[in-house]
Design a protein around this ligand. Structure first.
Ligand SMILES: *[C@@H]1O[C@H](CO)[C@@H](O)[C@H](O)[C@H]1NC(C)=O
Ligand SMILES: *[C@@H]1O[C@H](CO)[C@@H](O)[C@H](O)[C@H]1NC(C)=O
Ligand SMILES: *[C@@H]1O[C@H](CO)[C@@H](O)[C@H](O)[C@H]1NC(C)=O
Length: 379
């Protein structure tokens, strides 16, 4: 998990940047070196705050689920109780979507603004009502301070909330239908610090598709991370569908090339296989590196096993135990093929995890977040 080491001096400044009250008191004592840091509204992700000489330790990383998310979670639990877990009757779903439309639109507007910046923390007074967040307590040398970062609430079908078509009655009350691949609901990690230091940033992608430009999980991911201050050192892609070498690399910008590697093989299921993405991650990433991983091989059975390995035993949810994977992963994307009629009828057909309904899927993503992982639904 996330650390980027800086020089001791810079690390010190970054710590000040993240602790405004500290900046205040030291500045009034005649230390003014941090002025520019304050101006850029720098709210570095916690990995910016570590230094080689005085590493920070994460004492606590807590996930706080927003009221908007809780409303959806409770409704989804009730739908399942009532025998409508797969939303074969989409009515109640669309009614709730209409009822929460304004909150969801507010969430999307805040995400839009944050995604145009290099921070994940909104200072809007109503932000915590519509966005979930992580609350992290760190100890850096003698200083203890807290760090907060927002993440999108898990609502609706866990992709773009307005991408599933509702029937006539509610359809007209909702915003225009978005494309099923619309990504403007995702609030990615960011880093607002001035320097990318010595720790590595990795992206691993199982089920990458063929073609850099044709696949958002290739170009969008790398470019969006870079715009948010996280330029990947390595981006590793797995894809089972075979292609000619040049087709795999077509469109990869020269400046991305040094980071880019493509494995044109099926990602092996077995976690002990040296070619398995989680195994590769565990071999190359060190605690403190930034690791983002996307699982989308359209094989619910295999992905389920990988997710279980990341989640570890149930005690993990209580924070008592973290799997070796959860210790390394900062951000995770997963297209969970849960048993959800609107997606089955258009797209997934029989390719679903039959026992998982919307509420189960939401709980899984929440559990990942409770392990400190920024988990996002992927399309
Ligand atoms: C964010 O950037 C997009 C694309 O440049 C733009 O359309 C949008 O208005 C911006 N949003 C905000 C809140 O600045
Ligand atoms: C994974 O591979 C190892 C080593 O080849 C083997 O012992 C193990 O049984 C395999 N596990 C599964 C679930 O297939
Ligand atoms: C989970 O717990 C069981 C029994 O307590 C143990 O055998 C197993 O290795 C644990 N799994 C993980 C991933 O730690």
């Amino acid at each position: 998990m996330a650390i980027i080491a800086n020089s001791a001096l810079l690390g010190g400044l970054l710590i000040l940047a993240a602790a405004p009250h500290l900046v205040q008191s030291l500045e009034s004592a005649g230390m003014s070196g941090s002025g520019s840091m304050r101006r850029n509204r720098g709210r570095p992700h916690h990995y910016a705050l570590f230094t080689e000489k005085s590493p920070c330790a994460i004492m606590e990383r807590r996930y706080v689920s927003s009221p908007l998310e809780q409303k959806w979670l409770q409704a989804a639990a009730k739908w399942k109780e009532n025998g409508n877990g797969d939303l074969g009757d989409i009515g109640p779903y669309c009614t709730l979507l209409t009822e929460t439309k304004e909150e969801i639109q507010r969430m999307l507007a805040l995400i839009d603004a944050l995604m145009n910046s290099t921070t994940s923390l909104s200072d809007a007074p109503d932000a915590d009502a519509v966005l979930s967040y992580f609350h992290t307590i760190m100890q850096c040398g003698p200083y203890r301070f807290t760090q907060k970062e927002h993440i999108e609430s898990l609502v609706a079908a866990l992709r773009h909330p307005f991408s599933i078509k509702c029937p006539e009655g509610t359809f007209s009350q909702l915003p225009p239908l978005t494309n099923i691949f619309e990504k403007s609901y995702v609030l990615l990690a960011s880093w607002a610090g001035p320097v990318q230091a010595t720790k590595n940033k990795y992206y691993l992608d199982a089920g990458a598709g063929i073609g850099y430009r044709a696949n958002a999980n290739q170009h969008w991911m790398l470019e969006t991370y870079e715009a948010r201050g996280i330029k990947m050192d390595r981006a590793l892609y797995w894809e089972a569908q075979s292609a000619q070498g040049p087709a795999l690399l077509d469109g990869v910008p020269p400046d991305m090339f040094p980071a880019f590697a493509f494995y044109n093989i099926p990602a092996p299921e077995n976690l002990t296989d040296g070619r398995n993405p989680l195994n590769v991650m565990a071999k190359i990433a060190k605690p403190g590196d930034f690791v983002s991983i996307k699982l989308d091989i359209d094989q619910p059975g295999i992905e389920d096993g990988w997710l279980r390995a990341i989640l570890g035993n149930d005690s993990a949810a209580a924070g008592a135990f973290k799997s070796r994977y959860a210790q390394l992963i900062d951000e995770l994307f997963w297209e969970h093929h849960f048993n959800f009629m609107p997606m089955r009828s258009c797209c997934w057909q029989g390719l679903v995890d039959a026992n998982s309904h919307l509420v189960d899927s939401m709980k899984l993503f929440i559990k990942l977040r409770e392990l400190g992982i920024r988990s996002h639904y992927w399309q």
